[in-house]
Design a protein around this ligand. Sequence first.
Ligand SMILES: Cc1ncc(COP(=O)(O)O)c(C=O)c1O
Length: 388
Amino acid sequence: MLSHLAKLIEPFHVMELVKQADLLEQQGRSIIHLSIGEPDFGVPEPVLQAHQRALRDGKTRYTPALGLPALREAVAHHYLHTFHVKVPAEQVVITAGGSAALLYACLALINPEQGVLLTDPGYPCNKTFVMAAQGIPQFVPLEEHKNFQPAWSDLAQHWQSNTAGAVLATPSNPTGTQIDPKAMQGILAGLAARRGFLIVDEIYQSLCYGTPARSVLQLSGAPSTGQALVVINSFSKYFGMTGLRLGWMVVPPDLVAPVERLAQNLSICPSAPAQWAALACFEPDTLSLCELRRQEFERRRDFMLKALPKAGIAVNSSPDGAFYLYTQSPYNSDQYCKDLLEGAGVCAIPGKDFSRMHGANMMRWSYANALDRLEEAMHRLQQFNTRA
Ligand SMILES: Cc1ncc(COP(=O)(O)O)c(C=O)c1O
């Protein structure tokens, strides 16, 4: 009875561990979550107020499928202001989170049986989006000493006769690392030479440390007609709006109408109140608040980079974005994460969801938790790792 896709979609294995953590918490154990993929700060106050105003003022009807024109303008202005890139508002599409943007991009660009290069490790849902478009995920293994990011030579090495393009993320989940602009330049050139498409997921773009926020659009300019480049972004992470489900994509002019038809058919439009609220994201008050939050994430990242090795976990990459560190696990990560949860009340997550190839050896630590909780977690980790 079940479709091929329904059978193929994998569960998030981590949910089993999180369920176990919840159970322990209900039994009175103190659990520190280093498992969470969302900022702990919540929706910024000006955005919250704008959301409440939108609801009160009855801004609850369908909007255009491509999003509120004012919000598309605001995003376009954001590119101009922050990255000095001129992106026409007509090429900005507002979506229900980065998730819907990734789905639309895959459905618009992939034909049945075409291969799509995905990184291993990488965001687990990407393979589902590719399979939903009847494409075939083709994994490119990444190496810790290369910061878990590919150069064009890595993609070229795994390019097959049916490969149509690639999906990359910078900064990435689970690694917290960025693709350096030189490597991205090489990737753009390599893909253009093979007439391959490129989807770049920049949803952690403004959460970066020690480097200014970057966009592939600074290298490519706004995608032009015939240029198969799609950029994905989201209000979930930097703006802390995970549950409001809002993101955006930048597409070439010839993709606007197909994506509009997809959006009309698949979701009609993103949440109207969330879109009205998101207009407040680009106001100075919100931007200053989000910058303070970014600085706090940077302090936490710095702390974790020092504390993890002291507690016996080596960090062999240079994570400078998002709120994750991806490290080797002392032993099988499924077992280690279970033991760490039960033995020390610290919930970090095994690499299995992110990597088919090396997931059993790897684990992800999220620092989307308050500094004092991270300090306590690292204290417990050190004791756990040095237990007799
Ligand atoms: C790399 C990456 N892309 C996309 C998403 C989807 O996020 P959202 O749909 O909330 O924008 C996530 C969520 O964790 C992610 O880590």
